[in-house]
Write a protein that binds this ligand. Sequence first.
Ligand SMILES: [Zn+2]
Length: 188
Amino acid sequence: MKYLDVPSNEEDAAKELGAKFDADSNRWFVPDGLCTSDFNLWLPVEPNIQLVAPIFLVTSANRCYSCNEISVVHCLGSKAVFDLDDQEEIEGENPVLISNLSIDEPEIERAISEVAPLYNVDLSKTQGQQVYMNHCEKCGAKLGDFFLHSEPGGAFFPTDEHPEMPLQKKVIVEAGRFTCSGSYRYPL
Ligand SMILES: [Zn+2]
């Protein structure tokens, strides 16, 4: 039996594929005998990094590909990142920026939802997973992290031609280490 993270608006779809609800743990699961690959969308993401506080909410702006307006966008930054695969800690002058974030840490989730409600968990088609995603403040379109972090000139990918917009950093959590899954970029 394998537990799933199913958003409330996708419960019917999960049920149709055969997922069952466990009232004790308040979670959906794949009963034994069913192939879990049908449920990839909702399988919890394995943690690969640990964020070392202070944790920052980093804010920039990007043009929306859908409505062509400028929207505020966010990501998390942390003083350092400990890579659980390499057993190596990465730290620099500036915060390490995190993309494709999936996190199960109430303190961080609460802080994000208070400061940046349009940065919330949604289905990334690029990732095939539920991750934190930005949403255009004008039209609501999903602004995927690939678009913001990996396309030259994106809000979090400065180039000479498209210098980085001034990033604003706000500490949202002062202390602690937080396990999560995501990609990180070496700090500048
Ligand atoms: Zn838009």
